[in-house]
Design a binder for this molecule. Structure first.
Ligand SMILES: NC(=O)c1ccc[n+]([C@@H]2O[C@H](COP(=O)([O-])OP(=O)(O)OC[C@H]3O[C@@H](n4cnc5c(N)ncnc54)[C@H](OP(=O)(O)O)[C@@H]3O)[C@@H](O)[C@H]2O)c1
Length: 245
């Protein structure tokens, strides 16, 4: 039986991940800002088989509250086996272009809050020489595009941070997995037109849990996104800047 912490546990993707781990009868600690929803999700996961399911409520953008969060987590689950970080927002690119404050607010949630969480978590896992860190980044961080470069900047920031962390923690037996999903049909993308490349949260969660089981460094999900992004990254900047993507 594993102890698993899921941060951003009300996200559609996190819920799909949690369902898989509940069926495996692990112990879960769900972290998010919406207590009634967390309670409902916890009840559902208990019915699905979770050995224990606790919740902890905070606004993750408030980094002053991250210290007490880790105190609580490590008191409940002294050596967590897996910690997922899944919270995020999709900012309006046009609004951000007109407002540094809006850009900063989205970077605060998508990048800085994640870095704050990882700073203390990494130190604790490094001391314990135990644990797996799994963070949901995005293919959007692989190359800046005019349609979503503020969101992409945050995801690129955490992908690079995780790369360095993985290198640092390798000698401490702590694995770090960067997840790069493509399009997923979740509340975050409710207003988008869906096409052939769209995946369900359950499909993506299945790829993630399998990849985490193999200690993968980077997971593109669905896997076709590895090839799509390889092509997109290979386009010379001289041409790329002229494209409408
Ligand atoms: N959907 C996609 O196409 C896609 C693609 C690539 C990567 N991703 C990434 O996948 C992850 C999960 O997103 P999703 O698609 O499952 O969307 P989602 O269902 O909208 O989940 C986003 C979650 O982030 C939480 N959140 C946002 N700001 C927060 C804050 N300040 N404090 C606490 N919680 C906060 C939301 O909490 P509330 O429920 O309280 O609002 C919500 O649970 C995100 O990191 C996203 O960037 C998504």
């Amino acid at each position: 039986m594993k102890t698993i912490v899921i941060i951003g546990a009300t996200s559609a993707l996190a819920q799909s991940i949690a369902k898989i781990h509940a069926a495996e009868q692990h112990r879960l600690l769900l972290v998010g800002r919406n207590e009634p929803r967390l309670d409902l999700i916890a009840q559902d996961l208990s019915v699905r088989g979770a050995k224990q399911c606790e919740v902890y409520c905070l606004d993750l953008a408030d980094t002053d509250k991250h210290g007490p969060l880790w105190e609580h987590v490590y008191q409940k689950f002294p050596k967590p086996d897996i910690v997922y970080i899944a919270h995020g927002v999709l900012p309006d690119q046009q609004v951000c272009q007109g407002s540094y404050q809006q850009t900063l607010a989205s970077l605060q949630v998508n990048a800085l809050s994640v870095i704050s969480l990882l700073t203390e978590l990494a130190n604790r896992m490094e001391t314990d020489k135990h644990g797996q860190i799994v963070v949901i980044s995005s293919v959007a961080g692989d190359r800046g595009r005019k349609s979503n470069y503020v969101y992409g900047t945050a995801k690129a920031t955490i992908s690079t941070f995780l790369q360095g962390l993985r290198n640092r923690l390798y000698d401490s037996n702590v694995s770090v997995t960067t997840v790069k999903p493509g399009f997923i049909d979740t509340p975050m993308t409710a207003d988008f037109e869906k096409g052939a490349l769209w995946a369900t949260p359950d499909q993506v969660a299945s790829d993630i849990v399998k990849g985490v089981g193999k200690n993968r460094n980077v997971i593109y999900t669905p896997p076709i996104w590895f090839f799509i992004m390889a092509i997109i990254k290979a386009i010379p900047e001289l041409l790329f800047k002229r494209l409408s993507l």
